[in-house]
Design a protein around this ligand. Structure first.
Ligand code: FAD
Ligand code: AMP
Length: 488
């Protein structure tokens, strides 16, 4: 046994790397071990989020939206362009370069905060020791006063839908397609399925999204979900609800119009069942986006005492303690929504608790964002959730159609909606579908973090003309005092 650290973090995703950085800021001796390898074999810090999730998906969502707007919207602004062409290779190069810059940034942040970054596999041994297997296969055992497990999650696979990484793929592969598939199938109309479906639809794919549930986006407020479904259908996303995929296989399909021998292309046959019975859909690529599961393979040696729940999550309390002295777990590998910012707050909380500071995560105020067009974002409870709780409530909405800024942006779709308590006026949930919803929700999160009443938002001045006025007007509408739209 050689080196002894105050803290060893296993995993350098958005939960692990902030834990390591904050531990460094707290003057603790810290190492962060990560095994992420890209398709080209290179190691990189940043985990799923930076390498294969949040960042590359947002890069492509931005590029594809600009392409779509250039195609369909610029002329409305009086901007005429000639022959619009897609250079997917350049778009993908930009995506890769953003990822590289951001993951490289973590190395720099580690250095600046005194974190020892180690590329390799970490395995928790009993007695707060960590066996590290380096890139070259060399093993060494490190000891630490505290160990933070931040091993993240991996995509769920479906039985009878065998991935080949080329035609039947996961979300990571789907971010790195080098050609626009003519027909794209997506299993799962969750956040990831909708974002990926949107990217390729905008770039020209015929996209079919197959979703087992009858309800669209059950986690969102249903006023917002209904509005979203309408927009997505208008954009040409063929969303089949109540349709469960039972199997899929790569098959040779005849190329349309071709008669010559060999004029076959590889395609995917997807079998699904809905209320009408069993159907087979043929697509050129199939993305499986049916959710993610906690990843703990090779993480825990025999006898560590760390336990998993029945879904494979590491069991923790509200402060991310595993129950084993000085072993903590944060991020996607523990209960709660699989979101980068939730993991980040947990990582920072744990590093502060280890240093003896007060720290807490407010699990009631976690924002969710879906980066489609229109964007969808919310925080707090849905109207359906409040109704089910039995608490008397009031609702205010404001349509972006009445927002001067949204009109000027040619993005006057959607609405802001606030659900507040009838008795004490507390804001219970804020829901936005519309332009920059993910940015607008920041104000809502802050308001709820400070336990704002609706009146607090009503009495807060909002700059004009901004999109944020929609939140202000929705708050006014809760008490039928909206100025810029008719109160109902
Ligand atoms: P991860 O990011 O999965 O990182 C875990 C790291 O630990 C990995 O690098 C892994 O290689 C490493 N590791 C695991 N085991 C070991 C071991 N034994 N030894 C060494 N290293 C190990 N969330 C958002 O909030 N916003 C978004 O816009 C968003 N978009 C997404 C888009 C897509 C396509 C996907 C797939 C996910 C998206 N997410 C988004 C979810 C987000 O990526 C995750 O919530 C987040 O990455 C979880 O962070 P984490 O640190 O817990 O785990
Ligand atoms: P999320 O968990 O938000 O990423 O969403 C994944 C979605 O995939 C959920 O809405 C599931 O209902 C859906 N899903 C899971 N299995 C299947 C299946 N076999 N066929 C179609 N949809 C599925």
């Amino acid at each position: 046994m050689s080196e002894i650290y105050d803290v060893i973090v296993i995993g350098a995703g958005p939960a692990g790397y902030p834990a390591a950085i904050r531990a460094g800021q707290n003057k603790l001796k810290v190492a962060c071990v990560d095994e992420w390898q890209n398709f080209d074999g290179t190691y990189a810090f940043g985990g799923t989020c930076l390498n294969a999730g949040c960042i590359p998906s947002k890069a492509l969502l931005e590029s594809s939206e600009l392409f779509q707007r250039a195609k369909e919207e610029f002329s409305v602004h009086g901007i005429k362009i000639g022959d619009l062409k897609l250079d997917l290779a350049a778009m993908q190069k930009r995506r890769a370069s953003i990822v590289k810059t951001m993951t490289g940034g973590i190395t720099a942040l580690f250095k600046a905060n005194g974190v020892v970054g180690i590329q390799g596999h970490g395995r928790l041994l009993p007695g707060n020791r960590v066996l590290v297997t380096g890139k070259d296969g060399a093993e060494k055992t490190l000891a630490a006063k505290h160990v933070v497990l931040a091993s993240g999650s991996v995509p769920i696979r479906l039985k009878n839908v065998p991935h080949d990484g080329k035609f039947i793929v996961d979300s990571w592969n789907a971010l790195e397609f080098d050609a626009v598939p003519a027909r794209l199938g997506v299993i799962g109309a969750g956040v990831i399925g909708l974002e990926l479906g949107s990217v390729w639809r905008r770039l020209g794919s015929e996209v079919t999204v197959i979703e087992a549930l009858d309800t669209f986006l059950p986690i969102a407020d249903q006023t917002i979900a209904k509005e979203a479904l309408r927009h997505f259908k208008k954009q040409g996303l063929d969303i089949k609800l109540g349709a469960k995929v039972s199997s899929a296989k790569v098959a040779n399909a005849k190329v349309e119009g071709a008669t010559a021998a060999g004029a076959h292309a590889t395609a995917v046959d997807v079998v699904y069942t809905d209320a009408q019975g069993e159907h087979t859909l043929q697509v050129d690529k199939l993305v499986v986006a049916v959710g993610r599961k906690p990843f703990t393979a090779g993480l825990l040696a025999e006898g560590t005492g760390v336990s998993l729940d029945d879904r494979g999550f590491i069991k923790v309390d509200d402060h991310c303690r595993t129950g084993v002295a000085n072993v903590w777990a944060v991020g996607d590998v523990v209960r709660g929504p699989m979101l980068a910012h939730k993991g980040k707050e947990e990582g920072v909380m744990v590093a502060d608790l280890i240093a003896g500071h007060f720290a807490e995560v407010n699990y009631k105020v976690i924002p969710s964002v879906i980066y489609t067009q229109p964007e969808i974002a919310w925080v707090g409870q849905t109207e359906e959730g409040v109704k089910a709780s039995g608490r008397a409530y009031k609702v205010g909405t404001f349509p972006f159609a009445a927002s001067g800024r949204a009109r000027a942006m040619e993005a006057a779709q959607g609405m802001a909606k606030i659900v507040s308590a009838q008795d004490d006026d507390e804001v219970l949930g804020i829901h936005v579908i519309g332009p920059m919803a993910g940015e607008l929700i920041g104000e809502a999160v802050l308001a709820m973090e400070y336990s704002a009443s609706t009146e607090d938002i009503q009495r807060t001045m909002h700059a004009h003309p901004t999109l944020s006025e929609a939140i202000h007007e929705a708050a006014l509408a809760v008490d039928k005092k909206a100025i810029d739209s008719i109160n109902r």
